[in-house]
Design a protein around this ligand. Structure first.
Ligand code: HEC
Ligand code: HEC
Length: 208
């Protein structure tokens, strides 16, 4: 009898704990696919292979370390371009460290995004990507992002990324609103690129 009462008491306490669990605590117990389905898929799609939606990046096969770094940059406010502030800042406030890791791992392990058809400017873009622009001190993008633009670690994958998004980011590096701790190199690179060179290289990358 005593034991039954104790068990009952235990169940009651546990029940109370579960009912009274904050939204934050409930969020903390979700698995990666659950977080993605409740908080990310509306914009990035579940597998991160969203069709061209202008300023929304594809996350499929993006490098895990890079994704984690960006989520932290949204959280600490150092990535401060307008779409980042409007769309990503509120979302990352609700993510714990382990959820940042979980969602990054999820998107990194999805199949690569489907390439977009190349535009007429893509061949000029390929030249810039592989060899840089000698006259204006632009280094070969491939030296950091890799020959196939798959990236590595903090260097993002650019292959198959939405071209409008890529172009926007190059402009944000140039104006300095994207100013997270790994952005210094790109701020320099973007300063030396013209708008039409940015456009060409973005078009090429989206076709890979
Ligand atoms: C309401 C739309 C929306 C939702 C929901 C959303 N995002 Fe985003 N996300 C964006 C936009 C827009 C950007 C581009 C921000 C910019 O231009 O700086 C972005 C950028 C990112 C980036 C940077 C990608 C890169 O290549 O640098 C990551 C990583 C990211 N989101 C992860 C997530 C995760 C994880 C979730 C869910 C927990 C999520 N997002 C939910 C709209 C959204
Ligand atoms: C010396 C190394 C280096 C070179 C050269 C370089 N990049 Fe980058 N790139 C980086 C790093 C590091 C980041 C991540 C910056 C951050 O976290 O804010 C980055 C980020 C980017 C992004 C943002 C991607 C995203 O998903 O938001 C774009 C676009 C980009 N680079 C394009 C280029 C292009 C185009 C060139 C050549 C003209 C180039 N990069 C040359 C190191 C480099």
């Amino acid at each position: 009898m005593k034991r039954q009462i104790a068990t009952l008491g235990y169940m009651l306490v546990c029940g109370l704990c579960l009912c009274g669990m904050s939204a934050e605590a409930q969020q903390a117990t979700k698995t990666a696919p659950e977080i993605v389905r409740s908080s990310c898929y509306m914009c990035h799609s579940t597998q991160g292979n969203n069709p061209d939606l202008g300023f929304i990046p594809r996350l499929a096969a993006q490098n895990q370390t890079y994704i984690e770094e960006q989520l932290k940059a949204f959280r600490d406010g150092s990535r401060a371009d307008p779409p980042a502030m409007i769309y990503m800042w509120p979302i990352v406030q609700a993510l714990s460290e382990s959820q940042i890791k979980q969602t990054a791992e999820w998107f990194a392990s999805q199949p690569p995004p489907t390439p977009f058809p190349p535009s007429a400017a893509a061949s000029e873009g390929k030249e810039i990507f592989l060899h840089g622009v000698l006259d204006s001190d632009v280094p070969a993008c491939a030296s950091c992002h890799g020959e196939k633009a798959y990236g590595n670690g903090i260097f993002p994958r650019l292959a198959g990324q939405n071209s409008q998004y890529l172009l926007a980011q190059l402009l944000y590096f140039r104006s300095g609103v994207r100013n997270d701790k790994n952005a210094d190199i790109m701020k320099q690179v973007a300063l030396h690129l013209t708008d039409s060179q940015m456009n060409a290289v973005a078009d090429y990358l989206s076709s890979l």
